[in-house]
Design a protein. Sequence first.
Length: 283
Amino acid sequence: MVSELIHNHSTVNYAVLGNPIQHSKSPQIHTLFSEQTGIALEYQAIEVPINEFASYVKLFSSQGGKGLNITVPFKEDAYSLCTTLTDRAELSGSVNTLRFDNGMNIYGDTTDGQGLLNDLVANHNIRLEDKSILILGAGGTVKSILERLLEQKTKEIIIVNRTISRAKDLEKKFGKKNCVRAYSYNDLPNHSFDIIINGTSLSLSAEIPPISKTNINENTFCYDLMYSDKETAFTKWAIENGALKATDGLGMLVEQAAESFMFWHGTKPDTMPIIKALRDSNT
């Protein structure tokens, strides 16, 4: 099956791998980046069977592929394949961008954290210093955003996850010098937070993490790392329960894609026109 995938995409030198992947806007984004910068590329979204990820990455590279974006659920798998990691990827334990050279080297980076930071601070004017942040989920994407959030001198970061051991692992990794604490959903404190980030993939199936509306007040900013052509189940729930504002992760998607583009090509695209074009295409 891997060889069939490669054959069907033999002219593609960049791609995003995930499962599921049909919803991905990455091909559209990188095509717009290509047009804006004049850097030619062929980019597609490819759904890879769960147990064939490593084989596909290696074959893609051997047949002339230049780079890959990695999305749910393969970010930690990608980390384990890399021969060289950026500092931020090594710290996070998660990789969403791969670059290949003419040898057998696989370079890994994580651009999610910087992408989220760019969207929150530059695009939404959110101050993170001294803020209380609740993060829902403890997967690869959450790993990749924690390091960048912690650099912003936040007041506290609470991580809640169905499998408490995964959240506890992040508490152990990042909490020694920072106020990072892990909870199960059943034990999550009932007080409100300044910022709530949905780092689960539940929005892909129109579900909501089991948190209480008591975690929201009239000043809470809610952010869903997932994105949709319309409001996500989480952003809808947040507004209905009194949040000041709720937005999906389209801005983060474009911002992290721009970081990936720079990792591959050494040039960073202008993101604001791309975000606007994508938003306008959904109205």
